[in-house]
Design a protein around this ligand. Structure first.
Ligand SMILES: [Zn+2]
Length: 280
C-alpha cells in the first residue's frame, strides 16, 4: 500500500513526530531531509553530525539509521569508496502502519469538532489557540490512527506532551510491549515493572491502560493489582500553577496468574467473606 508519490513528511510535522517520537531521530531525519538528492551526506559527515548536533556517540549511528530505516528508504550508496553516502529517498517499502498513517480529513474534522483543547480547555475562538490532532498513544509506541486514539490538543499542550514523552524514550520498547497485553491490569503492571521502581506519571499509566480499549476507571484496574499481591506506592507532586500530578511506582510485583480476572474475583470474594464473618 506504499505509494511512490507519497511525499516525505516535513521535518517539523506532526506526522513525523507521531512516527519517530525521539527528538534525536527527528533531528537526524530533518538533516537527511534537507540534504536529500545529490547533496546526500557521507558516512563521515553523518558521524560528525551525530556528535555535533545530537551529542551522541558515533557508535549510535547504526542504531539510529536502523530506526529511521523502519520507515524510510535510506540506502548506503558506495561512492566514494570507503565513505558511502546516505540519501533519503522516500518511504520504506515495508514501513509499519504506512497505509494507516494519514488521517483522513473526515476523521480529522471529527476529532477537532469539539473545538477545545482536551488538556487545558482553551478554544480557538476565545483563546486564539491552534488545535492539532494528537495521538493519545504515540505511533512510535504502537498507537494507531483509529479515532479512539485521537484527541484535539492546542499546540502548546501538544508540544508539552511531546517534550514530556521524550523523557520516556529510553522506555519506548517496554511501553510498546506493555501496550500489547489484552488485560488492562497487565498493561498497567507491565508498565510499572518496566520502570523498575521508578515513578510513572499518571497520564502515561492512563494512556497505557486504555491502549486496547478505553478504561472508564483505570485507577480501579490499578487497584486490582493489589488483589494479585502487588504493592504500589503513589505520590502527588505539585508543579507551577495549579497542576498536580500523581506518580506511581511498584514496590513488589507477582507473576501473572493464568486468568487475571478470575484471580481478582476470587481474592475479592475471599476478602469480603473475611470482613463479613459467616452466619449470613
Ligand atoms: Zn491546551
Amino acid at each position: 500500500m506504499v505509494s511512490e508519490e507519497r511525499p516525505l513528511p516535513e521535518p517539523d510535522s506532526e506526522e513525523l513526530f507521531s512516527l519517530l517520537g525521539p527528538s534525536a531521530l527527528r533531528t537526524l531525519y530533518g538533516w537527511l531531509y534537507r540534504r536529500r538528492g545529490d547533496n546526500a551526506p557521507t558516512m563521515a559527515e553523518v558521524r560528525l553530525f551525530m556528535a555535533d548536533a545530537l551529542g551522541e556517540p558515533q557508535e549510535h549511528i547504526d542504531r539510529r539509521l536502523r530506526e529511521l530505516r523502519r520507515y524510510f528508504d535510506i540506502p548506503s550508496v558506495p561512492t566514494p569508496p570507503g565513505n558511502p553516502r546516505y540519501p533519503l529517498r522516500g518511504w520504506a517499502a515495508n514501513a509499519p502502519d504506512s497505509q494507516n498513517l494519514a488521517i483522513s480529513s473526515r476523521v480529522r474534522a471529527q476529532v477537532l469538532a469539539p473545538q477545545r483543547c482536551f488538556q487545558c480547555g482553551k478554544t480557538p475562538k476565545e483563546d486564539r489557540v491552534k488545535l492539532v490532532v494528537d495521538h493519545k498513544v504515540p505511533q512510535s509506541w504502537g498507537g494507531g490512527n483509529e479515532q479512539e486514539n485521537l484527541q484535539p490538543l492546542c499546540e502548546e499542550c501538544n508540544a508539552g506532551k511531546r517534550d514530556y514523552f521524550q523523557t520516556y524514550d529510553v522506555h519506548a520498547e517496554s511501553i510498546r510491549a506493555a501496550i500489547n497485553y489484552a488485560e488492562p491490569q497487565r498493561r498497567i503492571g507491565e508498565l510499572l515493572r518496566a520502570f523498575d521502581g521508578d515513578w510513572v506519571r499518571t497520564d502515561l499509566l492512563g494512556i497505557v491502560a486504555s491502549a486496547q480499549e478505553f478504561q472508564e476507571d483505570w485507577q480501579r484496574r490499578l487497584r486490582d493489582l493489589r488483589f494479585l499481591g502487588w504493592e504500589i506506592e503513589y505520590q502527588r507532586r505539585h508543579y507551577e500553577g495549579a497542576r498536580v500530578w500523581t506518580y506511581y511506582r511498584v514496590k513488589k510485583w507477582r507473576p501473572w496468574p493464568a486468568s487475571i480476572r478470575d484471580a481478582i474475583t476470587a481474592e475479592e470474594r475471599r476478602r469480603r467473606s473475611r470482613e463479613r464473618p459467616s452466619g449470613a
